[in-house]
Design a protein around this ligand. Structure first.
Ligand SMILES: [Zn+2]
Length: 530
């Protein structure tokens, strides 16, 4: 029911004359509200009381402790990044400014089959950090397997599988949102699908989900999509393809079949979804990306011993050369870039072609393979691999079952040459793929960053702007929001976001992080204590 304008004006006048106690703590005036559901934007004010959205209405004039006129900017739910490596950096930078400045208010950890175990002390540590945004975690299947049988290539015994199920059970009780797998990595790659399914069933009992860095994102990508779907179908839980992509020129275009498999699975009732970052380069360690699994089995000392054996070294060289030619190497030594190298920080940002030349070798694929082995012998590097194409990226991005996730971390500002996704993912989708390329509507892009991942995680109190839900909010200018970080100059914050609110408190405004640290640890559906 609407009051007459005269009554409202009287209310406001009375309020200001009698210094009535503020009804709200924070009031955002003159917003274009994009509520996260995918609905079209509407003009409204947004009122916040404590950590909760109290009202959303066309003209809220009740007194508030703080009023911010957002001048027709977009007010959206804070973005939820379902796939991050935030434990790389959260201790040094508990503000997670690289994320907050893009409008991100929640990070999920424990991806790619890798998480601390047990989870309880990790979550207690995060709770003690005084962070700016919310954080939750998955339990990593690789970490579970490593703890029970080590990083070896063999089947688990029935007794070992029971032990692994026990670890997953405890992780779900501790607050995991589900099970992550990294079947591409050691030791995930040594795991038969059926073993993953047994662990997935444990996560399913608690209402958790499964997400996977797939076994193969190159020639075998479709077989891997089938596997990710099968884990969801047989495990009885939602399943998600992490950072969905197609790597290697020979595989370009396979995203169409990938999405057809997803559509067919969804049509028969399998709850399968995807997430994606908006770049055509990936990032992981040089050894994981470019070396075959047998070479890495058993850990670093075992790898170094194999590289000293001339027969094994020659075999490794041939296989690394094939990966450089057909898979993550992108077919060209300039396509492999170093993000950071502990043994020689000056290599950050340079390419495998640069280093091959520096080592006075001709820039052939086989010489590149030799240099890759040398790098691992020196202690290793993390790398960036330019080996995807834009058409696949766009096709995956536009699919309604794809959400946005960075796969990033919290870099030390200015140090090394990390993948720009950590600084730019969300702003890039809004600036490049909504505004410039018009690949998505603004409302659809925001849904992919808020309500969709929230629903996926069972975060029923976040991800949508609605009275009664938590006040996690991003305010930005849709004409100005953009990513600044590049592959050669990554340490640049995104622009165009004016305010970020977490649990009702402003953590970013006027181009600066505030002193507020309202971030909370979020606990998954099976958590015993919250
Ligand atoms: Zn991954």
């Amino acid at each position: 029911m609407r009051h007459s304008a005269a009554v409202c004006a009287a209310c406001v006048a009375l309020a200001s004359f009698t210094a009535q106690p503020a009804r709200y703590d924070l009031l955002l005036k003159h917003a274009r509200v994009v509520d996260g559901t995918g609905s079209s934007w509407f003009r409204a004010d947004v009122a916040i009381k404590a950590d909760t959205i109290a009202a959303i209405a066309p003209a809220i004039d009740s007194p508030a402790t703080r009023v911010v006129d957002v001048h027709e900017q977009v007010v959206a739910p804070g973005f939820i990044d379902i796939h991050t490596h935030a434990r790389r950096g959260i201790d040094l930078t508990p503000t997670a400014a690289n994320y907050v400045r893009q409008g991100v208010t929640t990070l999920m950890e424990g991806p790619d089959g890798s998480s601390p175990l047990p989870l309880a002390p990790f979550l207690a540590h995060l709770a003690s950090l005084k962070i700016s945004l919310n954080i939750g975690t998955f339990a990593g299947q690789g970490s579970v397997r490593s703890a029970v049988i080590g990083d070896v290539d063999r089947k688990a015994t029935p007794d070992e599988i029971e032990k692994m199920k026990g670890l997953v059970d405890q992780a779900m009780k501790d607050g995991a949102f589900g099970l992550s797998t990294g079947l591409f990595y050691v030791p995930g790659t040594f795991t038969p699908t059926d073993e993953v399914v047994e662990l997935a069933k444990v996560a399913a009992r608690y209402g958790g989900m499964h997400e996977s860095h797939q076994r193969d994102e190159t020639a075998g990508v479709l077989e891997s999509v089938r596997e990710t779907i099968a884990i969801g179908e047989k495990g009885g839980l939602p399943t998600q393809i992490s950072h969905a992509k197609v790597i290697g020129a020979a595989n370009f275009g396979k995203s169409a079949e990938m999405l057809a498999l997803v559509d067919a699975a969804r049509a028969r009732g399998v709850d399968v979804t995807l997430d994606q970052y908006p770049y055509t380069a990936s990032s992981t360690s040089i050894q994981a990306a470019l070396m075959p699994a047998w070479l890495l089995e058993g850990g670093r000392e075992a790898t170094l011993a194999r590289l000293k054996d001339s027969g094994e070294r020659e075999k490794a060289k041939g296989q690394i050369a094939a990966i450089l030619r057909d898979a993550r190497g992108g077919g060209d030594l300039t396509k492999v870039q170093f993000a950071s190298c502990g043994f020689d920080p000056s290599l950050a940002g340079k390419t495998l072609a640069d280093l091959t030349a520096q080592r006075k070798l001709a820039p052939t694929i086989r010489n590149g393979a030799e240099v890759v082995m040398w790098i691992v012998e020196q202690g290793g590097c993390s790398g960036i691999f330019h080996a995807m194409n834009e058409a696949d990226l766009l096709r995956i991005l536009k699919h309604p079952a794809t959400m946005i996730a960075s796969d990033g971390e919290i870099p030390v500002f200015g140090r090394a040459n990390p993948h720009p996704r950590s600084y730019g993912t969300f702003a890039r989708v809004l600036g490049v793929y909504v505004r410039e390329k018009k690949a998505l509507t603004l409302e659809e892009a925001i849904r992919k960053m808020s309500a969709f991942p929230a629903a996926r995680l069972g975060l029923s109190d976040r991800g949508v702007l609605r009275p009664g839900l938590k006040a996690d909010i991003a305010v930005f200018d849709p004409a100005a929001v953009r990513d600044m970080a590049t592959f050669t100059n990554p340490h640049q914050y995104a622009e165009g976001v004016s305010h970020v609110i977490v649990n009702g408190e402003i953590v970013f405004e006027n181009g600066e992080m505030t002193a507020a640290r309202p971030g909370r640890v979020l606990y998954g559906p099976g958590a015993i204590t919250r």
